[in-house]
Every structure is written in C-alpha cells, then in structure tokens.
Design a protein around this ligand. Structure first.
Ligand SMILES: *[C@@H]1O[C@H](CO)[C@@H](O)[C@H](O)[C@H]1NC(C)=O
Ligand SMILES: *[C@@H]1O[C@H](CO)[C@@H](O)[C@H](O)[C@H]1NC(C)=O
Length: 333
C-alpha cells in the first residue's frame, strides 16, 4: 500500500511536469524531462531483460536432450522438503491403476515429521493425451516426458523422473522407483528409512551376478554388442528400489554421457557401480519382494514391496492394514 501511494504520487508529479513542459514550451525543461525519463527507462529495460532471461533458463541444465517434459507438476517440495519421493512408472492407459494407487499407498503418508509424496512417470499419451492432461491438472502428480511410451523406453522414463527430482525437488532425502502393479507399504518404508544412512544409499531386492539373457526371443534379450560382460554388476529389481537423493542425482548427472541401456534396473545398477557404491539391504529380514507375497495383515505390515497386486487387491489390502492399526501381531514387542 505504501509503495502504491508513493508510485501514484510520483506518477502524478511527472504527469504534471510533462503537461507543463509540453504546453509551456520551456526548452530546457523539456530536454531535462526527456533525459530523466531515459535515465529511468534504461535500468528498467535492463532489469526486465535480466528477469526474462532468468525465467527461461531451467533450474538446472537438462541431461536429456531428447526428453523434454510434456507435463511437469508444480513441485510440492518447495513448501517443506519431502522425506521420500516415490516415482511410479505408468503407461498412459493405466487410469484405473493410478486411481487405485492414489486411494491407497500413494495418498500422502507421514511418519512423524517425515512425509512421502508420490508422482507418476508417463511418456506421450498419443490419442489419450487430452485425458492425461485433465488427470494431470486435477491431481498434479503426473510427470510426462516427450517420448514414446514403450517398454524399451523405460530407462528414459526413469531418467526423466530423476531429472525432475534433481532439478525441481532436490530437497527430498530419498527417492523410490516402482511400478503400477506393486503394493508398497509406504508407512513401513518411511519407518525403515528414518534409521537408514542418508547418503550413498541404494537398496531394494538385490540381484547379484545375474547373466545377460542371450536368447533373441526374450523380452530381456541383450546382445554382446550392448553388453559384452558375463554378468551384470549388482542391481535392485525395478519392482521397487530406493536411492538417497545425493546418489540418485549423481546417477542422473553421469547419465548424460552414458549410452542408454534398455533394462532400466540394470542400467541404474551399472551407474551406481560406476560411482563405486554397493547396494545394501535395509533390514536383516527380507522386506522387498520382487514377486507377489501372499496377503496377511501381519506379513504385509513388515514388508515394503509386493508384486502382481491387482487394483481391487490394493484397495482390500490397504483397508485391512488401516483397519487393524493397533492390533498386535506375533513377535511385536
Ligand atoms: C523412444 O522414444 C523415442 C522418442 O519418442 C522414439 O523415437 C523411439 O522410437 C522410442 N524407442 C523405443 C525403443 O520405443
Ligand atoms: C556431474 O558430472 C560431472 C562430470 O560429468 C562432474 O564434473 C560434476 O562434478 C558432477 N556433478 C555432480 C553434482 O555430481
């Protein structure tokens, strides 16, 4: 208000002077006013140019030339850093899976002060693009890259997610990558991560000494040209792995120069190995399952991931877990 009044006063003063100068015909006054106007306009113009240049530049330089964002939700990270960002790879037509996930494990979860937030990663929606845009505007958690949404572009999809994390949500402590056919016990994961090291962490269902599949008919076929080695470095299956944000962003940072390898989980394992970090279990008991774990309240309370969980099962399991909070399980202390 104060500035507004001052602005009004100054403007009216100048208008009065201008009118007097134009009608009065005092050459000296006219020249003086023009000079002053010019002096005011030059810094304003420079300031404006600086501002617009600033807003065009991304917050951090992209590593992925061919994967600009089609949709990038306003970050929920600026108003309070999330402890965990969950990135779910999803294809454009999986509307129902995303809906089931929103109603269950991706609803905003807290463990004390630690918050988990979930985003979906999608490629181009093609004929469904209009729907995706509505969905994104409504839920504001769809990160969409400008590339074909195919299985072989999965590595690119994950890298787009990491780019979003590192450029728009670097305040997060951990990031998890998972898929739509998964059940994630977000609450238990938050609890485990609250005791985990906050840098150089890579955890999940760890696979060691896996050999590349050389049969051409397989979905996971890898030629000798693509990967000449006998075995892959240790990696965590794409069903659900967690990286501390510092490590995730170092992976993203060195990915600009590495050839993209289409098995996304192996790719992340290779980059982590390049950074001389080893995957480690997060608990002495297995908690990440890369297959489906049969449901019981007590077993699901103490797991982080279960695979092949259909949408109605997500809803049932989640409700059973929420309804039984406070009930004891064998072995609880
Ligand atoms: C990945 O996406 C790009 C860009 O849309 C496309 O040109 C390419 O064919 C896709 N690759 C595969 C293997 O689907
Ligand atoms: C990113 O990688 C470059 C080399 O490719 C390195 O010089 C730089 O320090 C890295 N930055 C981070 C934040 O890791």
């Amino acid at each position: 208000m104060k500035y507004f009044l001052r602005f009004l006063a100054i403007t009216s003063f100048w208008l009065r002077m201008l009118r007097r100068a134009i009608s009065g015909g005092n050459r000296c006054l006219k020249a003086g006013i023009l000079l002053l106007l010019a002096l005011c306009l030059i810094p304003a113009a420079l300031w404006g140019r600086g501002r617009s240049r600033g807003s065009i530049q991304p917050r951090c330089p992209s590593r992925l030339n061919d994967a600009s964002f089609l949709m990038r939700p306003a970050s929920r990270c600026d108003d309070g850093a999330p402890f965990l960002v969950v990135l779910v790879t999803s294809s454009p037509d999986q509307f129902e899976s995303r809906s089931a996930i929103r109603q269950t494990w991706a609803s905003e979860r807290w463990f004390g002060e630690a918050r988990a937030v979930t985003y979906f990663l999608l490629g181009h929606g093609r004929e469904r693009q209009d729907w995706i845009e509505w969905e994104g505007a409504l839920h504001r958690e769809i990160i969409q890259g400008d590339f074909d949404d195919t299985y072989y572009n999965l590595t690119l999809k994950v890298l787009v997610g990491l780019e979003w994390l590192c450029c728009y949500c670097p305040s997060a402590t951990f990031v998890m990558k998972t898929d739509t056919d998964m059940f994630i016990n977000t609450d238990y994961l938050l609890q485990l991560l609250s005791r985990a090291p906050r840098s150089n962490l890579f955890t999940g269902y760890i696979v060691r000494s896996a050999a590349p599949i050389r049969e051409k008919t397989s979905r996971w076929y890898i030629s000798k040209e693509e990967y000449p080695g006998e075995t892959y470095p240790p990696y965590c299956t794409g069903t659900g792995y967690v990286l501390s944000t510092d490590l995730a962003c170092r992976v993203w940072n060195i990915s600009g120069t590495a050839p993209v390898f289409r098995l996304e989980d192996v790719y992340v394992g290779m980059r982590v190995a390049e950074l001389k970090v080893e995957p480690v279990p997060i608990h002495f008991k297995p908690v990440f399952f890369s297959e489906g774990a049969p449901f019981s309240i007590c077993s699901y309370r103490r797991l982080v991931t279960s695979h092949h969980v259909r949408n109605f099962e997500k809803l049932l399991y989640w409700k059973a877990l929420q309804d039984s909070v406070g009930e004891r399980c064998p072995g609880d202390s």
